[in-house]
Design a protein around this ligand. Structure first.
Ligand SMILES: Nc1nc2c(ncn2[C@@H]2O[C@H](COP(=O)(O)OP(=O)(O)OP(=O)(O)O)[C@@H](O)[C@H]2O)c(=O)[nH]1
Ligand SMILES: [Mg+2]
Ligand SMILES: [Zn+2]
Length: 301
């Protein structure tokens, strides 16, 4: 299993043993570079060096949009089976729109998401912040590192899975991992009291072995995360709580924005769907539509 990559050197776990390996000049077939989470076949040479000879076909690749660039996507990690979206109840302030983006990216990658509200020691409303996600059917956890709250549940959720931690910067992703895996000793940051925004402390996606079984990828927090190439029609599918209502909209092609007879709008007004989630959906839908237009007008297909 490839745990990390620094320059051209990969750190690879073979069972419990960690070795360093280089990519073989030309891989036999399949992808041309290895990703964190890839399972690879290695070869040890007489001079002691180890090369990666082959990458096993991937069961999943988590992709996100390249920052700055309009179109490119970047593969973050392979073979994940779940995404843990972490936010902080305070410091930095809970930003539902941003959390929704992380959850939608997990959905777009067809990976189940768990939502964690961390730093519950700093606020009383952590359960309310989690509620829209719990109501939408996502497993949710309320955690606090200094109070050791929810850490056993988090550890249980990670056991025997290949998980990726994602979320805004400074919310405590690395701190949570340090707490569930003694000896991990990941660098954690300080939150600037002036800006209340975390500085990036984790700099690259890296995978770690869990003593209890399983692997977890810690990633640098993102201030923003955008959708890429998602068909506007598919955005609604990333909101599972819309499912029971969609067939009841008056129009088959209802976009759940301002259409008359929209069952999603009605459900949100009746408190059956969280209004904040519906607003997130609408802004993501608009973003998907705009992105499609930009690409079309550039003639890039
Ligand atoms: N009060 C409180 N502080 C926490 C908690 N968890 C983490 N922190 C603090 O929040 C700050 C940021 O924690 P990190 O673990 O570095 O956050 P991160 O999400 O890994 O940040 P990036 O690596 O930049 O994405 C540190 O000062 C932690 O000590 C918590 O549950 N409660
Ligand atoms: Mg970190
Ligand atoms: Zn509708």
């Amino acid at each position: 299993m490839v745990l990390s990559k620094t320059g051209g050197t990969y750190r690879v776990a073979i069972g419990r043993e960690l070795i360093e390996a280089q990519l073989r000049g030309r891989l036999k077939n399949g992808p041309r570079r290895a990703l964190v989470g890839d399972t690879v076949r290695t070869c040890e040479h007489s001079d002691g060096s180890v090369t990666i000879e082959e990458i096993t076909p991937r069961t999943s690749v988590l992709k996100r949009r390249t920052p700055g660039k309009r179109r490119g996507t970047r593969a973050v990690a392979a073979n994940l089976d779940q995404v843990v979206v972490v936010g902080a109840a305070r410091d930095p302030r809970w930003d539902q729109r941003l959390i929704d983006r992380f959850v939608v990216v997990a959905e777009a990658n067809e990976l189940p998401a768990t939502v964690v509200v961390n730093k519950a020691d700093l606020a009383d409303d952590a359960p309310e912040l989690a509620r829209p996600y719990r109501d939408a059917g996502y497993p949710t956890l309320i955690t606090s590192v200094p109070k050791s709250l929810g850490l056993n549940d988090l550890a249980a959720r990670l056991r025997d899975h290949v998980s990726l931690f994602t979320g805004p910067t400074g919310v405590g992703k690395s701190s949570l991992l340090n707490a569930v895996q003694p000896g991990l000793d990941l660098r954690t940051g300080t939150v600037s009291p002036r800006s209340r925004a975390g500085r990036h402390t984790t700099v690259a996606a890296e995978m770690y072995m869990l003593d209890g079984g399983g692997f977890v990828v810690d990633t640098p927090g993102l201030r923003d995360i955008r959708l890429w190439g998602i068909d506007p029609i598919e955005v609604a599918n990333a909101f599972p709580e819309f499912g029971p209502f969609v067939d009841e909209c008056r129009f088959d092609d209802c976009r759940h924005t301002a259409e008359p007879g929209c069952s999603i709008t009605a459900a949100a007004e009746a408190g059956q769907i969280d209004m904040g989630r519906l607003e997130s959906y609408r802004s993501l839908l608009q973003e998907a539509i705009d992105a499609g237009r930009q690409w079309a007008s550039k003639g890039t297909g």
